[in-house]
Structures are given as structure tokens and as C-alpha cells.
Design a protein around this ligand. Structure first.
Ligand code: GDP
Ligand code: PGA
Ligand code: MN
Ligand code: MN
Length: 623
């Protein structure tokens, strides 16, 4: 469906605010986009405070956002989305490589020409009645040896504001791009709701038809129909994971769905750890953890994405390409994640689909021990702690389960100074994890890099509200990258194996597998989690130093009795045994599931993974 436009206007015909770029390839692309999308005006984003204020005012007028009480949440806003636009849409996310085999069995694929034939009519006139925002951005440091530039063009001011928090963007980035005539990833986004004369706008424009598309050979992103962060903030998942994973394959590095933290022992020894968990499985919490064990400290470097490159010393260095957190709100509290709470207290934040309190503050399930008497829920309805929303079901939550806070990382009180180092930090350990009610023990160490890659490749997790679709369904999620690998999963696993061959075993990070989410027969979490996860981090650190014993099992090294520090921990012996131990019968069921998962890789399944699987099958007996 395309919109009828009487006179097609070119970029120079349009009312313009901000400073147009001089970058020739960018100008050529912008001309094409204007010609296709036919916006009413163009704004070139500079990332300034004035721009922020103007965009907030505009969104307020349109009813998209509400300003929060400035005494409680300075310079912060609440956005409510369309109820059908609340999460990433994995079904509608495509890898459009020329060769289908480069997308592989875990991605939706379509021929790039065919996809362009579908999407060009969608984008035709899609920005009519709206302003087109041009957002130059850089994922990672501007001073990185090879800065990764992008330009997002969007008809959503909410996107422009969010990109200011999450990325380096604006005038300084544009100046660098122009100075170096730099390459950039063109990233086109439209909410997909053109405004013709007869139409009035809605607070959250979007379209039932959604496409999140990556042309991985050309390194181009097209996103249509959704304003939700994971679908619309194209620097994040689309660029820094999907496109970057393809760049990383070609250039010899890794783009991963990982937090980065620095753990500091009472003696002052520092450990750098990166951890990959699927969406809504604990990255943001672990990244900002407040250890419960005396003398240990954590500093934050990143909470969602890590780019890993070898340094000249043969060690693997991690950088965070983002500048903010886009965190799951529900469950975040002073008890579970005090540093996230302190970060948002600093203001300058965008909250999406959380509840609004009578005094103009935000609230979500799990923030306070007691439910508030009355709030406005994420759909704008009066909602009572007892009774739920007016006109709704009593069990309806006040905040959407995938509601988010978007907040600047520099406000995090425990941000590491090393966050500012373009080269990043050398990793001592990599942790994979998932949400499993059984089978996967609290912590396991791999025997070596290859076994660690196997742990990552066979990682599994119960689905969450971070993506649309059913919640709680077990699925494999290799390296927590299932929705983000921009190419064939078998090649991706092979790339991980190859990376390990580029350095010595002693220089490589040690690899671990964790699970905070084991449940007992009543469905209760047996491990208290959150700050208590510091006990697991301590064990990881002591294993890195070779200071603590472990028991070798077919699935890897698990803590020896007494090896895990549980001093002062409130947990029954039964629960502790239940989370730390592994159960042979559960693994007899698990091994064939891993075999079936690997069957989907086809002939490209790396030999090394077959060897690892055979070792497990031998230990547990073939099904
Ligand atoms: P991310 O999306 O991977 O960054 O995950 P978050 O850190 O935002 O956590 C997602 C959800 O899991 C939130 O509701 C958290 O409160 C919850 N969560 C995080 N860590 C733990 C943990 O150690 N134990 C339990 N039971 N829940 C956790
Ligand atoms: P998350 O990030 O991993 O913090 O949930 C957003 C996402 O993955 O959709
Ligand atoms: Mn994520
Ligand atoms: Mn997170």
C-alpha cells in the first residue's frame, strides 16, 4: 500500500533544520531516501541539549510522552507504545544475504532483490506528513582504530532521543565522518504511518506490517513498522550485533550479546569478565552487581553488547559499543539492582511502558515490596494495587513485562574508568548462561576453549517477553545470539573455534556456563541470585587464578564441596545441592536434545562440535 503523492519533492525543496552534511555518499543516500519516503521536513541531528528539549516538547504535544516530575526524575520522560508494539519481532526479522546459505537455518531469509521489491512500496511516501531525522552515529569509540559509523534516518523523534542516550551521535560524529570521508552503514527506519491530509496522528504511530531487515552483503539496514527500541534503534541490535557479527567474521573479531564487568578482589586484583545471557536473563543485573561477599567489588563496563578483539599481547579485549543502558524495568529495585536505580535517579532517561505514579514518578512490578495503591498503567488506565486496571482483568500488570528504562551509562555510579579506553579491557573469563528451570547447574567451567565454545553453542533458555511470541518455551540460544547472528550459525560457531586458535591457551579467557534460574518442584527459584551471584564470580576468579579445586564431570568442572563461598548465605543444604549439582538423568535427556539441535546445522556443523557431542554421548549413553 503506497500513499498517493501529488508532487514529489526533493531534499532541497524541504524545510530543513540543523546543518546538512557535506559527505558526498551520505548526501546521495539522503536524496534517495527523501525521494522515496517523501517526508515533510528534514532535521539533521546534532545531539545537543537544545535538540533534546525541542524533541521532547514535540513528543509531548503529540501525546507520545509524558514528562516525569523533575524533582524525582529530572529531564526524564515516559513513553507508552501501541499495545502491539512492545518487543522485538523475531518472526519479521530477516537476514537478506545474496546466498541463502549465508543466512542459515536460524534466520529468516529472503532474496535481497525480492525484499527490496516488497519494502520499496512500503517506504514509498511512508514519511508523508512527518519530519525525517538524520542521525549520524558511531558504535564504539570515535578514537577506535577503525570507528564503526552509521547514519540512521527515521521519522520517529522517540528514536532520535533514544539514540542520543544509547550511542555517540550528532555533530561531532558527523564531523569525524566528513574528515575521513568515512564509510557508514545506512540505516533506514520508518514507523510506517504516513499522514495524509485527512488523517490525525496517533500518540504511537506504527504499522501492523513490520520488517526488520539486514542486507548483510551491502551492510544496509531497513526497518519498517515498529517504534519499539529493539526494532527501531538501529545502532543497537541491527548494527552492533547483526551487521557487526558479519563484519567481525570477515575482519577476525567477535560481536557478542554480552555484558562486561570488572571484578575486584579484597586484595585489589582485577578480573575482566564478559557474560552472554539471552534477552531478559540477567545481563544488566550482573553488569551492575553489588557483591554480598565482603571486600569484593564490581565495576560496570557494559550491559548488553561487547565487541571482542585480540590485542598485540594475544589477549582478547572487550569494548562496549554503546553509551547507555536499555534495561528491563520489572524486577529492578534497590534490593536487586541498586546501581541501576541510582543510574536512573540521575535523570536524563526515557522510560517505556512502565506505570506512572500520582506524583509523576515511575513504577513497575518488583520495584517496591508493596504495590502502590493507585498508578496509571502502561496502557494509560487507572490501576489499583488490589484489583488491577479499571476495565481490565485483576491480574494485569501495571508495567508491561518488557517495559524498559533507557539511561546514560555515565550516570552509573560504578562505571569503570576503563569504559573510556578505546582498546577496552583484556578478558579473564567469558560466561555463557540461560534461563533453565532444571538440568544446567549454577556454574560449570569448560575444560578448554573448544569445550567452552561447545557450551556456548548448545546454550539454551526459556523464552522471555523481550521478543514477541510465547514465553517460557525452551529453545537453543547459541552464545545468547540466536536472534542476532547475521550469518550461518555453523559458520559462527566455526568462527569462535578459529578465534581460539589465534592465541595461546594461557592468554585466552577461561569459559564458564551459569544458570541462576533453577527451580524446585514448587516452581520457586532455588538460588537467591542478584548480589549473591558474586559468589559465583568469586569462584570464577579463583578458577582463573587456579586457587580453588573443582570436580571434573562429563559436563565440565563444577565446584568441589566447600569450593563455592556460601558464608552467610541464606540457603538450605537441599537447595544448594539442587543448584550446584548436576543430575545424570536430566543430562540423559539433554544430550539427545543437543544432538537434534546440531542436526539443524547440516553439513557445516564444525567437526570439533561433533567431537564434543560424542564425548557427552559416551558419558551418558546414546539415546
Ligand atoms: P537482560 O535483559 O539480560 O539484561 O536481563 P536483566 O538483568 O534486565 O534481567 C531480566 C529479568 O531477570 C529482570 O526481571 C531481573 O529482575 C531478573 N533477574 C536478573 N538476575 C536475576 C537473578 O540472578 N535471579 C533471578 N531470579 N532473576 C534475575
Ligand atoms: P536485553 O536487551 O538483552 O537487555 O533484554 C534488549 C534485547 O535483547 O531485546
Ligand atoms: Mn540484549
Ligand atoms: Mn539488559
Amino acid at each position: 500500500m503506497s500513499t498517493a503523492i501529488d508532487v514529489r519533492r526533493t531534499r532541497v525543496d524541504l524545510p530543513t533544520t540543523g546543518t546538512p552534511p557535506t559527505h558526498p555518499r551520505l548526501l546521495a543516500w539522503l536524496d534517495e531516501v527523501v525521494d522515496l519516503c517523501q517526508p515533510d521536513a528534514v532535521h539533521y541531528c546534532d545531539g545537543s541539549e537544545d535538540e533534546w528539549a525541542a524533541l521532547v516538547a514535540e513528543l509531548e504535544t503529540k501525546g507520545t510522552i509524558i514528562r516525569l516530575n523533575a524533582d524525582l526524575k529530572p529531564n526524564s520522560i515516559l513513553a507508552r507504545t501501541d499495545p502491539d508494539d512492545v518487543a522485538r519481532v523475531e518472526d519479521q526479522t530477516f537476514i537478506c544475504s545474496k546466498d541463502e546459505r549465508n543466512a542459515g537455518p536460524t534466520n529468516n531469509w529472503m532474496d535481497p532483490d525480492q525484499m527490496r521489491r516488497i519494502m520499496t512500496p512500503l517506504f514509498d511516501g511512508a514519511m508523508a506528513g512527518r519530519t525525517m531525522y538524520v542521525i549520524p552515529f558511531c558504535m564504539g569509540h570515535l578514537d577506535a582504530p577503525d570507528p564503526k559509523f552509521g547514519v540512521e534516518v527515521t521519522d520517529s523523534a522517540y528514536v532520535a532521543l533514544s539514540m542520543k542516550i544509547l550511542t555517540r551521535m550528532g555533530a561531532e560524529v558527523m564531523a569525524r565522518m566528513e574528515e575521513h570521508d568515512a564509510d557508514f552503514v545506512p540505516a533506514l527506519h520508518s514507523v510506517g504511518m504516513p499522514l495524509t491530509d485527512s488523517m490525525t496522528d496517533v500518540p504511537w504511530p506504527c504499522n501492523e506490517t513490520k520488517y526488520i531487515v539486514h542486507f548483510t552483503d551491502d551492510r544496509v539496514i531497513w526497518s519498517y513498522g515498529s517504534g519499539y527500541g529493539g526494532n527501531s534503534l538501529l545502532g543497537k541490535k541491527c548494527y552492533a550485533l547483526r551487521i557487526a557479527s558479519v563484519m567481525a567474521r570477515d575482519e577476525g573479531w567477535l560481536a557478542e550479546h554480552m555484558l562486561i564487568l570488572k571484578l575486584i578482589s579484597p586484595e585489589g586484583r582485577e578480573y575482566h569478565i564478559a557474560a552472554a545471557f539471552p534477552s531478559a536473563c540477567g545481563k544488566t543485573n550482573l553488569a551492575m552487581l553489588e557483591p554480598t561477599i565482603p571486600g569484593w567489588r564490581v565495576e560496570t563496563l557494559g550491559d548488553d553488547i561487547a565487541w571482542l578483539r585480540f590485542g598485540a599481547d594475544g589477549r582478547l579485549y572487550a569494548t562496549n559499543p554503546e553509551t547507555g543502558f536499555f534495561g528491563v524495568a520489572p524486577g529492578t529495585s534497590y534490593a536487586t539492582n541498586p546501581n541501576a536505580m541510582r543510574t536512573i535517579e540521575g535523570g536524563n532517561s526515557i522510560f517505556t511502558n512502565v506505570a506512572l505514579t500520582p506524583d509523576g514518578d515511575v513504577w513497575w512490578e518488583g520495584m517496591t515490596a508493596e504495590k502502590p495503591e493507585q498508578v496509571v498503567d502502561w496502557k494509560g488506565r487507572q490501576w489499583r494495587g488490589v484489583g488491577g486496571p479499571v476495565g481490565g482483568r485483576p491480574d494485569e500488570k501495571a508495567a508491561h513485562p518488557n517495559s524498559r528504562f533507557c539511561t546514560p551509562i555515565e550516570q552509573c555510579p560504578i562505571l569503570s574508568d576503563d569504559y573510556h579506553r578505546p582498546e577496552g579491557v583484556p578478558l579473564d573469563a567469558i560466561i555463557f548462561g540461560g534461563r533453565r528451570e532444571n538440568t544446567i547447574p549454577l556454574v560449570t567451567q569448560s575444560r578448554d576453549w573448544q569445550h567452552g565454545v561447545f557450551m556456548g553453542a548448545t546454550c539454551s533458555s526459556e523464552t522471555t517477553a523481550a521478543a514477541s511470541g510465547a514465553v517460557g518455551v525452551l529453545r537453543r540460544d547459541p552464545m545468547a545470539m540466536l536472534p542476532f547472528i547475521g550469518y550461518h550459525v555453523a559458520d559462527y560457531v566455526q568462527h569462535w573455534i578459529n578465534m581460539g586458535r589465534r592465541s595461546s591457551a594461557s592468554a585466552l579467557p577461561k569459559i564458564f556456563y551459569v544458570n541462576w534460574f533453577r527451580r524446585d518442584a514448587d516452581g520457586r527459584f532455588m538460588w537467591p541470585g542478584f548480589g549473591e551471584n558474586s559468589r559465583v564470580l568469586k569462584w570464577v576468579a579463583e578458577r582463573v587464578d587456579g586457587k580453588v579445586d573443582a570436580v571434573e564431570t562429563p559436563i565440565g568442572y563444577v565446584p568441589a564441596p566447600g569450593g563455592l563461598d556460601v558464608d552467610g548465605l541464606d540457603i538450605s543444604d537441599e537447595d544448594l545441592a539442587g543448584v550446584v549439582g548436576y543430575t545424570e538423568t536430566e543430562w540423559r535427556d539433554e544430550v539427545p536434545r543437543i544432538g537434534r539441535w546440531f542436526d539443524t546445522f547440516g553439513w557445516r556443523l564444525p567437526r570439533e562440535m561433533v567431537d564434543e557431542l560424542r564425548a557427552l554421548e559416551t558419558a551418558f549413553g546414546r539415546a
